[in-house]
Design a protein around this ligand. Structure first.
Ligand code: PSV
Ligand code: MN
Length: 398
């Protein structure tokens, strides 16, 4: 089915408005708990991660910002900011969300802001406040907060005390935020060997955000849900409450698998985007949402995989933008459930790739980002330059 000129106009407007942030941690060699498969050309430094993200933006035109993980990207704290900013400028991207890290140090064995030891809670709070300073210096709008806190066995800790310690800590963080900044509270129901994570679901994250202050919102990581959970319903509720701050996008088959967005269930991603586009149509304004990728690949080439992810996000967002909202609203009002569902199906099964190619060409981009990237020689050069560092301890590689 080819698009009408009105649909074409809507498609271009949707694509012009859509961008998705890349995670710096998706470009370095990482693995599972059981092992790493090293890629010769993977980034070995923060400027290299930013340069790789810049390649994704160069070929897709929709990834202008890069999220940073503070301990991994600013190991010396504020002192690293000028070099990071210079690398971003050089790579044609900007610094996006700042992610504190209060899960790696030995002191956090029993938690960070939820630790029963006040000294450890203070240490975690100080790290997050230091991250707010980095947020100010980098001009980043969002502070993304994820906590690996929780308890491992029934009775291990006071559930209610931990909740209150979190509320106290997060309120302190909120006080320190610069004027136009936000803090996003991420939830996750599980970690291996956990009995309970402290911020386990969207309701808990909502409560934490609400009690922190008006600049706090909920961050929905699509991988952080139980099997079969209806994520788009959560999205619709959070939108209606003006509490949806952003997404960490990835796909999963079982749990937090970090699979490529839409590789397992593209219809779910479409349904999430649909709830947002439908809300925007009803409210006649854009929802203030930070779309971010949170994936780190061990097998696929990292830059190629991020290009694939960005393209998939554009395709699914575009399909959602093409839903006939007037017809849908009318069908819903009359409880015409087949007609209502057909509105979604018609949009989902529209092949949007031709209009995407036209949009890219109108912007001076290559119509096929993946092909163009493969032909540009960046990967070969990266493998040559970074290979010795990446392969130091490894005897052979693909
Ligand atoms: C945790 O699983 C998470 O989703 C958080 O967003 C972290 O910041 C990120 O992954 C990277 O470890
Ligand atoms: Mn995440």
């Amino acid at each position: 089915m080819s698009l009408t000129s009105l649909q074409q106009e809507r498609a271009f407007a949707a694509l012009n408005s859509f961008s998705i942030e890349l995670p710096s941690w998706g470009f370095a060699n990482t693995g599972t708990r059981f092992g790493k498969f090293i890629q010769a050309g993977a980034a070995t430094t923060t400027p290299e991660k930013i340069a790789d993200a810049g390649q994704v933006h160069r070929f897709t035109g929709c990834c202008p910002t890069v999220a940073m993980h503070v301990l991994w990207d600013f190991p010396s704290g504020l002192g690293d900011v000028p070099a990071v900013l210079a690398a971003a400028t050089q790579s044609g991207v900007r610094i996006g969300a700042i992610n504190p890290n209060v899960f790696q140090d030995q002191q956090y064995k029993h938690g960070s802001l939820g630790n029963p030891d006040a000294a450890v809670r203070a240490m975690a709070l100080q790290h997050i406040l230091d991250c707010v300073e980095i947020q100010k210096e980098t001009g980043s709008r969002d502070l993304s907060l994820w906590f690996a806190d929780g308890t491992s066995f029934p009775g291990s800790g006071s559930v209610r005390s931990r909740k209150r310690w979190f509320q106290q800590g997060l309120a302190r963080v909120h006080e320190a935020l610069p004027e136009k900044a936000r803090m996003l509270v991420e939830y996750k129901p599980f970690e291996p060997a956990f009995y309970a994570t402290d911020i386990a679901d969207w309701g808990m994250a909502y409560l934490m955000a609400k009690s922190s202050g008006e600049k706090a919102r909920v961050l929905v990581d699509t991988g952080h849900h139980y099997q079969a959970q209806n994520i788009e319903q959560i999205v619709a509720w959070l939108l209606d409450e003006d509490m949806l701050g952003g997404f960490h996008f990835n796909d999963r088959r079982y749990a937090d698998d970090d699979l490529t967005l839409g590789s397992i269930d593209p219809y779910q991603v479409f349904r999430i985007f649909h709830e947002i586009c439908f809300w925007e149509w009803e409210n006649q304004r854009r929802a203030d949402i930070a779309y971010m990728v949170d994936q780190s690949h061990n097998l696929k080439n990292k830059i190629e995989e991020m290009i694939q992810t960005a393209m998939t996000a554009q395709e699914l967002y575009l399909k959602a933008a093409l839903v006939d909202h007037e017809a849908l609203a009318a069908a819903q009002a009359d409880s015409e459930i087949v007609d209502a569902e057909e509105c979604l199906r018609a949009a989902f099964f529209t092949d949007v790739r031709p209009v995407l190619r036209e949009w890219r060409q109108a912007l001076g981009l290559a119509p096929e980002p993946l092909k163009a990237f493969r032909a540009c020689g960046y990967l070969e050069q990266a493998a040559l330059e970074r290979g010795p560092k990446n392969l130091g301890a490894v005897s052979s590689y693909a």
